[in-house]
Design a protein around this ligand. Structure first.
Ligand code: AMP
Length: 287
């Protein structure tokens, strides 16, 4: 595995591989790698001749009162996990290289960037899309791998790829979870043991809603009421930022589930903000 810090070096390595006819898979991350990231690496490893992973805590996607400074960083462990995962190039640029003095241009997402995560975190998705576009331009992979865990981010990247005619395939991989259902997240490290125990109430709430759908619920009101009941009882969240049933491609709220839906949630447990989601599909047999 080669650790690459300079964008030009990364660009050259990828260019040479491409010229030799090698396919390139790419997984962008912010490091503090865990089994959720490793699941993306495994998928990408199996589908591409070359595997590039970036570890870059992107200052542009953090708000002024967010956790940029205290976001967990662990370069040594990240390199170890990448090596185990068969990564060819671990790309770790500095913020100064990605955003040199005078940097001014950003990608503006459409309306989907202003709701839910975008409403709670103004400017977040502009920062995400800008760095993803820059990384794509440096690596020029055949496929970029993203996690369903960050469903709104994945939907926005897919839309950017389509709208800006970017020559890359987007692969969205299922959410990897701990044994009790909690989605792996770098932010889980912030949870105290007591908060960690409450946090599993979040995936349980999503599962309770899925069960309600299987039992025949189809109005957003009934589905959300079921999720909220379990969430309140088991996670005892300090705040619910949102809990909503949306169209998975547009993130527009649905009033009724009659095709594909996505149940999305963001909650605060103590000072930690957790997000999760669950695809919900209306049973085909429903009249
Ligand atoms: P992050 O380092 O949090 O920016 O995440 C980097 C990529 O890993 C994103 O595409 C995430 O959606 C994905 N990811 C994070 N956690 C998980 C998880 N538990 N399961 C699957 N993918 C994940």
């Amino acid at each position: 595995m080669r650790i690459v810090t300079h964008p030009e070096t990364m660009r050259d390595l990828a260019r040479r591989a491409r010229r030799s006819g090698e396919s390139i898979g790419f997984v962008p991350t912010m490091g503090a790698l865990h089994d959720g990231h490793a699941a993306l690496f495994a998928r990408a490893r199996g589908e591409s001749r070359r595997l590039a992973v970036s570890v870059f805590v992107n200052p542009l996607q953090f708000g002024p009162r967010e956790d940029y400074a205290r976001y967990p960083r662990n370069d040594l462990n990240d390199a170890r996990i990448c090596r185990w995962s068969g990564v060819d190039w671990l790309y770790m640029p500095t913020a100064a290289e990605v955003y040199p003095p005078g940097f001014a241009t950003q990608v503006t997402p459409g309306p989907m960037g202003d709701v839910f995560e975008g409403e709670a975190r103004p400017g977040h998705f502009s920062g995400v899309l800008t760095v993803v576009l820059k990384l794509l331009e440096t690596v020029r992979p055949d496929t970029i791998y993203l996690g369903q865990k960050d469903a709104q981010q994945a939907a926005l990247v897919m839309l950017m790829v389509r709208d800006l005619d970017l020559p890359v395939h987007v692969s969205v991989c299922p959410t990897a979870r701990e044994r009790d259902g909690l989605a792996y997240s770098s932010r889980n490290a912030y949870l105290s043991p007591e908060e960690r125990a409450r946090a599993r109430g979040l995936p349980r709430a999503l599962k309770a809603a899925r069960q309600a759908v299987r039992d025949g619920a189809d109005s957003a009101r009934a589905i959300l009421a079921e999720a909220k009941r379990t969430l309140t009882r088991e996670a005892k969240p300090d705040q619910i930022d949102y809990l909503a049933l949306v169209d998975p491609r547009t993130f527009q709220p649905l009033t009724r589930l009659d095709g594909r839906g996505l149940l999305i949630a963001a909650v605060r447990i103590g000072r930690t903000r957790l997000i999760d989601n669950m695809p919900l599909n209306a049973p085909r047999s429903r009249p």
